[in-house]
Design a protein around this ligand. Structure first.
Ligand SMILES: Cc1cc2nc3c(=O)[nH]c(=O)nc-3n(C[C@H](O)[C@H](O)[C@H](O)COP(=O)(O)O)c2cc1C
Length: 189
């Protein structure tokens, strides 16, 4: 297959989506949508993520050094798309409020409807010129109980929770079906 060269892009490299839950200065929750999220090894499994530019989520994490990462599913997509397209400072941001609880180990807002939630504590900030890589310790993982059922296959469990992926500024269902361009799913709210 012949290839063509492209400028830096991650098109056609699908990424898993997470809603980061942070505490604002007044104690209210903020939610932002993120996909530059992966894992590190440092004696135990940890998380690394990149936040580009100035964002409410970034300010909150720098101040509190704790946050949650909530797996985005098809059911959560319209809300997730809203939280990825409206800035934390915008009064419209928390107009749509999902059911929010607290972490089991850390004082972080968590989405009750997300089947997998990481409770994260910052180990290290790596400041870049216009962004920041954040390396975190996983203090707890909250998973829906049904994901531990021994008699159900991983394939069936994934099909049930239906995590959403993204590439080429578009969302895709776990089975690979288009779920709309960024900014579209929120129109159904
Ligand atoms: C699909 C999608 C993925 C995103 N992933 C990231 C990301 O990994 N890093 C980042 O800095 N911003 C990312 N964003 C942008 C933030 O979600 C957006 O700036 C949001 O408004 C931040 O909310 P906040 O101001 O409350 O922090 C993404 C947006 C979308 C729509």
């Amino acid at each position: 297959m012949s290839k063509i060269s492209k400028k830096a892009t991650n098109d056609f490299c699908p990424q898993t989506l997470f809603l980061y839950g942070t505490n604002n200065e007044d104690g209210s929750p903020d939610l932002g949508l993120f996909c530059w999220f992966s894992y590190v090894w440092d004696g135990e499994m940890g998380v690394m993520c990149c936040i580009g530019g100035e964002k409410r989520t970034r300010q909150n994490i720098e101040r509190e050094k704790v946050f949650s990462a909530n797996l985005v599913t098809e059911k959560l997509l319209p809300l997730a798309d809203h939280f990825g397209n409206v800035k934390g400072e915008d009064p419209e941001k928390m107009k749509f409020k999902p059911e929010i609880g607290k972490g089991e180990v850390l004082p972080v807002p968590v989405l009750n409807d997300s089947p997998v939630v990481f409770e994260l504590e910052v180990k290290e900030f790596v400041k870049l010129h216009d962004g920041e890589v954040i390396i975190c310790r996983i203090r707890n993982v909250l998973q829906d109980e049904e994901l531990s059922a021994p008699d159900i296959s991983t394939e069936e469990k994934l099909a049930k929770i239906a995590p959403v992926r993204t590439t080429c500024t578009e969302y895709f269902s776990y089975s690979g079906k288009s779920m709309g361009k960024w900014g579209e799913p929120r129109k159904s709210l």
